[in-house]
Design a binder for this molecule. Structure first.
Ligand SMILES: NC(=O)C1=CN([C@@H]2O[C@H](COP(=O)(O)OP(=O)(O)OC[C@H]3O[C@@H](n4cnc5c(N)ncnc54)[C@H](O)[C@@H]3O)[C@@H](O)[C@H]2O)C=CC1
Ligand SMILES: O=C(O)CCC(=O)C(=O)O
Length: 454
């Protein structure tokens, strides 16, 4: 009898994953992301021969291409610095590649491949014509002067511009890339190409940015939470919330939670977390915005400014008692132990603002306990969805107002929630991971089937 080969149409899940591991040695984040999707997709396509025959999942788990390049820049002391840059173009079956750029010392090819893979399913879920990509560099903007960041961004774009375009690949921000960095990169793209076009999203409103983009990911994650709660006849009003992170996503998630009557108890950064037993209000949130976006300080300073709060160095916020949790910092920040602690303390819902913040074991703990668990590819899709709207506005040379975009965002998040329920509900429990994976997969897969083997 012949042994199963990774090339067989009908390999089982374990053999499929063996192949993924072999082809991507040492890329643990990428393998984790594929595993999480494959386990649901496998059961969905069990009786669907066309997907097996066309090897659709295997093809989505192999990026269309990865551009990797050297980025040289000069620091303020005129030292020549050399970093590495990448753009992973995962899949453009349903639209141009789309996804953020991350600048952080932890960036490597595995991290960007996992993000581009996740992005493919997320973008499909939005219902907009957006393919999946992601890029970045191991450059760390922390502690760098504005001039250093500008020189790095210009050098990064000098190479990246060859690989992107409004109908080809449209990057945006992510960790370490906010409106300052997008401005420097957009300026350099315009200078090199002599074209003003919607090649990046997350731009400032003065030069074609969408009014809602800064808020969209955090607000969207709270709308997703609201939808999950409402599906279970509950509401945000009066719920206590633990949030990790203190960046763009965390701050706007906190803001929307407070607006909807929730009580936000924590924020964090890589140094530790702050716990404010009185809860953050809009004034405190505005202070954090200034701290992070203007002074570029550490969250520990919050406890100096607001003495009712305490700072917990080198700790994560998951031990704080709460009704709902929103991980909004980074991947694998919430492991099995943290998940069990949240459950023990009575947490009933988790909505992920970050990408893959929960480990596979943590996800299983939430699913086994049957709490409401909204995975990042569904819960944080509001950001890229509003980026999709920014692309439309740039093409049409129009600008929509805040109110219209707010309504569009809420509707987009309703649509994503409905798709998760349609594909994930069974025996009275909504498995949002399964719902998101299958709904996201199906649209991309059907487009790929239409193209034949390419
Ligand atoms: N910006 C966006 O529109 C979107 C962002 N996301 C995801 O949301 C997460 C946060 O992104 P942003 O808020 O945009 O980035 P940001 O750079 O504005 O903030 C990141 C925050 O995470 C914290 N952080 C980073 N590494 C950490 C670590 N190892 N431990 C603890 N804290 C850490 C930082 O201190 C900072 O507070 C990321 O997972 C990103 O991929 C997802 C969808 C869209
Ligand atoms: O708006 C975008 O294109 C990027 C969003 C993103 O990077 C993400 O959804 O993780």
């Amino acid at each position: 009898m012949q042994l199963a080969s990774v090339y067989d149409r009908h390999v089982d899940l374990d053999t499929f994953m063996e192949g993924v591991k072999k082809r991507n040695p040492g890329q643990k984040e990428f393998v984790q992301a594929v595993q999480e999707v494959a386990q649901d997709v496998y059961s969905f396509i069990e009786d669907k021969e066309e997907y097996h025959e066309a090897q659709i999942l295997r093809r989505i788990a192999e990026p269309d291409r990865i551009e990797s390049f050297r980025v040289c820049w000069e620091d303020d002391d005129q030292n020549v610095r050399v970093e590495r840059g990448w753009r992973v173009q995962n899949n453009n079956a349903i639209g141009p590649y789309k996804g953020g750029i991350r600048f952080h010392s932890s960036v490597n090819e595995s991290v960007l491949k996992f993000l581009a893979f996740e992005q493919t399913f997320k973008n499909s879920l939005t219902g907009l014509p957006l393919g999946g990509g992601k890029g970045g560099s191991n450059f760390n903007p922390k502690g760098k002067s504005d001039h250093e960041v500008m020189r790095f961004c210009q050098s990064f774009m000098t190479e990246l511009h060859r690989h992107i375009g409004p109908d080809v690949d449209v990057p945006a921000g992510d960790i370490g890339v906010g409106s300052r960095e997008i401005g420097y990169m957009f300026g350099q793209y315009k200078r090199i190409t002599n074209r003003w076009e919607g090649v990046l999203t997350g731009k400032a409103t003065e030069y074609g940015g969408s009014q809602m983009r800064p808020e969209a990911t955090g607000y969207g994650a709270v709308y997703f939470l609201r939808n999950m709660l409402s599906h279970a006849d509950q509401e945000i009003e009066g719920k206590t919330a633990v949030i990790s992170g203190a960046g763009n996503v965390a701050i706007h998630a906190a803001e929307k939670l407070v607006q909807l009557g929730g009580k936000v108890l924590t924020l964090s950064d890589s140094g530790g977390f702050i716990y404010d037993p009185d809860g953050l209000d809009q004034e405190k949130i505005d202070w954090v915005k200034r701290l992070k976006n203007e002074r570029r300080g550490r969250i520990s300073e919050y406890a100096d400014e607001y003495p009712e709060a305490t700072y917990h160095e080198d700790e994560q916020p998951w031990s704080v008692e709460c009704d709902v949790a929103l991980p909004c910092a980074t991947q694998n920040e919430l492991d099995e132990g943290a998940a069990k602690l949240l459950l023990k303390n009575g947490c009933i819902a988790v909505s992920e603002g970050a990408n893959m913040p929960t480990t596979l074991e943590g996800v299983k703990a939430f699913q086994d306990a049957k709490i409401m668990y909204g995975p990042g590819k569904a819960a944080n899709a509001g950001g890229v969805a509003v980026s999709g709207l920014e692309m439309s506005q740039n093409s049409e040379r129009v600008s929509w107002n805040h109110e219209r975009l707010g309504e569009e965002l809420a509707e987009l998040m309703d649509g994503i929630h409905d798709k998760c329920v349609e594909f994930g509900e069974a025996d009275g429990y909504v498995d949002y991971v399964r719902g998101a994976n299958i709904a996201g997969f199906k649209k991309v897969a059907d487009a790929m089937l239409a193209f034949g083997v390419v």
